[in-house]
Design a protein around this ligand. Sequence first.
Ligand code: SF4
Length: 257
Amino acid sequence: MKRLEDYNKTLPIVEVYTAVQSEGSRAGYPTIVVRTTGCTHRCWFGEGGWCDSWYTSIHPEKGAFTFQDIINMYDVNPHIKEMMLTGGSPTMHPALVNELTHLAHDRGIFITIETEGSHFLETDYPINLLSISPKFSNSVPKVGISTPQGDTVDEKMVKQHNKLRLNYDAISKMMTYHSDYHLKPVWDGEDEASLEEIMGCIKMLDIPQDKVWFMPAGDTREALLKSYPKLMDWVRDNGYRFTGRPHIIAFDTERCV
Ligand code: SF4
């Protein structure tokens, strides 16, 4: 697979920082977060708000870090053996992701990649964990509303959002190719039509209950707290898994947490 040639070149990476993994099956581990910029989608979750990393998707910032910056971060944090590769949509950057699998292989680092599943990605070493959050119709922005930086949503933006949304073929291939996965659907605990769609996806991909982590919708503490109790009760009664978003509860809208 394609490798990176220059470790000192600025890459489409907007953040490299230490944190505690707070979502899904690796919750609780100290980790180094590598956040790429660029995404083919424009998610808006109604009351749950815009994509919480809209600065990598709807209004993408330019990259500011090199591969060497990532290496340096592991050098100064030798106790951390996890990586949270997130975005944006990291699978848009195959050479970078492939290079990260080499780094992880050499240093015994466990990589979790967050992906909406739009692109199938091969790497020289398999990724340890895919954290898959397919984008359902409850993520489609509404024509006429304002984006985080004040643009108005038009038909073109909606079309762009829907283009690679729910790419089952790519998701299945990713699940087969890489080491492990879990599905992390976002739901407000209320909207039955969305739940039906999520269940259709679980069935289509034949995913066992213990690999499905339902996550409340919301990009602020206030929005999240509305869906937490409803979703927790629902998971309790239906046998799936619940994952909170403790970094938002702890730090609200702060970045790099
Ligand atoms: S796919 Fe993820 S990064 Fe892209 S817009 Fe949706 S929530 Fe944001």
